[in-house]
Design a protein around this ligand. Structure first.
Ligand code: GFB
Length: 329
């Protein structure tokens, strides 16, 4: 099917992944590894490269690798990521690393040339205070949340790079904005992790060590939306095939939960019966971040796991079965 985008650009949908050489940048991370798992059911050749062999922050190396490997499709999931503490205490890394990775991969994808590129952003690109649920049109309509402004600015640049290369060179580069993610391959290091893996680990350790409280950062009031990473991977592969437009697409569940409720749910799943102890010296971050997913659902995609189901599965399969989140490689 051929159509026209909001900017008048010709669209080619559905885009066929069959027989294509598909590069997943960031394949060892939580998102990249989920995309690789999802692509295994597509009739395509998956290309990956470990970071010790290719540092995506180095322009010449990326250009050489891309011109040698000639991928037809790129999923750009490589990024410096982390939770609220890592974001606010390592601003240079979050800004510099992400800007370099995006610039190098997107520019060399244009040079190669790559037929389709899917850039993975984040819902933290949206203003701290904006109408909820958040529509894609809210981008750049107000100030960012200070705790993750560095990461957000880099991700906004990635979205704009995709848009710019589409406008100037006609590249079919799109971007998806995932809400807060969880699932296999998550980071359980308490200094750099996101809230969900941190609370799973802390609740598990509190239970096994007989402690009577679980420390929860902030006051428990912030609202967040959580999406299983395998559902995200399904959505981005869906978008690669069905979407061709400069407007980013939110990927979420459209359902929110407070941090207090999340902590209670995790305690229930883990079987920890102690009290919640809120640490107000830690930041709350953005008060609410619920995505409007109507652009994605109008295309025909539906998220499948409930949070309670996905959390049980993650605790059992990704945490307990995997040395309680301790990475062995
Ligand atoms: O997941 P998180 O680190 O990041 O924190 P954001 C979410 C909320 O959970 C904050 C609270 O209000 C935290 O204070 N929280 C409670 C905890 N206990 C804990 C804990 O033990 N560890 C952590 N980490 N948080 C991230 C951005 O924002 O969202 C990233 O920093 C990214 O850049 C990601 O965009 C999607 O949800 O606030």
């Amino acid at each position: 099917m051929t159509g026209t985008s909001e900017t008048g650009q010709a669209l080619e949908t559905p885009f066929d992944l069959a027989g294509k050489r598909v590069f997943v940048a960031g394949h060892t991370g939580m998102v990249g590894s989920a995309i690789v798992r999802r692509l295994m059911s597509e009739d395509c050749e998956i290309l990956t490269v470990p970071s010790r062999e290719l540092d995506l922050r180095r322009q010449a190396d990326v250009e050489n690798w891309m011109s040698e490997m000639r991928p037809n499709v790129v999923f750009l999931a490589a990024a410096r990521v982390g939770g609220i503490l890592a974001n606010s205490t390592r601003p240079a890394e979050f800004l510099f690393d992400n800007l370099m990775i995006e610039s190098n991969v997107i520019h060399s994808a244009y040079q190669s040339p790559v037929d389709k590129l899917v850039f993975l952003g984040s819902t933290c690109i949206y203003p701290k205070m904006t109408s909820q649920p958040i529509r894609e049109e809210s981008l750049l309509s107000g100030p960012l949340e200070p705790t993750n402004q560095w990461y957000a600015l880099a991700k906004i640049s990635g979205i704009k790079l995709c848009e710019a290369y589409r406008l100037q060179y006609g590249c079919d580069f799109i971007s998806a904005q995932p809400t807060n993610l969880y699932g296999p391959g998550d980071n359980y290091d308490l200094q750099s992790s996101h809230v969900l893996p941190a609370l799973l680990r802390k609740a598990h350790e509190a239970k096994t060590s007989g402690r009577d409280f679980l420390e929860v950062w902030g006051d428990g009031s912030p609202l967040r939306e959580f999406l299983h990473v395998d559902d995200l991977a399904d959505a981005v592969v869906f978008l690669a095939k069905r979407y061709s437009d400069p407007m980013p697409v939110n990927v979420g569940t459209g359902k929110e939960i407070s941090i207090r409720q999340l902590a209670e749910l995790i305690c229930d799943i883990v079987g920890f019966e102690g009290e919640l102890a809120f640490d107000a010296s830690k930041p709350n971050g953005t008060p609410r971040k619920l995505t409007d997913t109507s652009r994605l659902t109008a295309l025909g995609w539906a998220e499948c796991r409930s949070l309670a189901y996905g959390l049980r599965e993650t605790y059992r399969d990704a945490f307990l079965e995997n040395s309680c989140g301790v990475r062995t490689s």
